[in-house]
Design a protein around this ligand. Sequence first.
Ligand code: SAM
Ligand code: SF4
Length: 365
Amino acid sequence: MLNYIFEKIDSGIELSEEDLKYLLLIENKDELKKVFDKAYEIKEQNIGKKVWFRGIIEFSNICKKDCYYCGIRKSNKTVERYIMKEEEIIAGAEWAYKQNYGSVVLQSGERDDPIFVDFIERILKKIKELSKGELGITISLGEQTKETYQRWFDAGAHRYLLRVETSNTKLYKKLHPEDHNFEQRVNCLQLLKEVGYQVGTGVMIGLPMQTIDDLVDDILFFKKHDIDMIGMGPYIVSENTPTSELIEDFDSIKENQYMLSLKMIAAVRLFLKDVNIASTTALQALKTYGREMGLKAGANIIMPNVTDTIYRPSYQLYENKPCIDENSDLCMGCLESRILKIDEEIGLGEWGDSPHFTNKAAQKK
Ligand code: SAM
Ligand code: SF4
């Protein structure tokens, strides 16, 4: 079956749902190695032997939403809330710029009040100014109106990450309160596209009640919505959240969460080919070399944390989040050597836009 799938890929024939399901169900180590190697080959063909960095600044854990799985959900009263000062955020971006990272990501809990919208707009403009327009900016700030997306785009952001978390609407309902709405989230992806962003989405892998068929549907969802960037990672339990109560012994499923996440990265690369795929921090939370393994399975983006260390313990989306106490210099040094060790080149000073997006734009001309 695997040879047949590889032949289809080599002949440019689209993989079917059955093929994707087969890839996600592989347990045999030799077969898995072949799948990861093939995904890496496809990544190399479409992107090169390259990893792009985005320095991520998790600048606030204040959130108006209450997703049942998330450690910084509104109802979690054990969390000390913070929002970094404007100058601290700018300093983080400047540090990333000086390290020649090429891009930053600004991420936080969701807020849509006018003070917040203005605050972000101001920061985006300042980051563009300090870097003379050279630093690429991705934002991940949840569901907003088209007007807000437009203002932030005009201020300098050009990529947006908004995970749908799962494309199974029934599962989505089980993981969120009544007033959280899947259709609205999907509509936001459309608005982002209309404004002109490179649009990223993704899901959590290994959620309670999630099936392999759901994950196959997630991959088809990415295709159907013509997504440019994928950010997926394993679901990891977070204390004091309703979803964590559905899992008896997370340690016993960790290995499975990890392997399934790598298989998802590989399957997405084999199916979508030219999208950007992040090897997320959550992978490293499960395995020390998880992010490198994500790269070897077909991912091409890494998001080193450049948030000031004093704030990191309060942005605990899940347990064992790595690099909580390492400052950005240390994170940078350790990451760089780890990436060079796996024989990949770091695309320093480059925005590292999604080839899928650039290819589309070229076709339109
Ligand atoms: N608030 C914005 C949003 O939800 O789009 C951006 C920040 S939110 C913390 C970023 C992502 O964290 C979410 O899209 C979700 O997939 C992920 N996340 C939250 N809780 C998680 C958990 N327990 N395990 C793994 N990922 C989690
Ligand atoms: Fe808020 Fe995002 Fe966490 Fe949901 S996932 S509670 S929107 S920070």
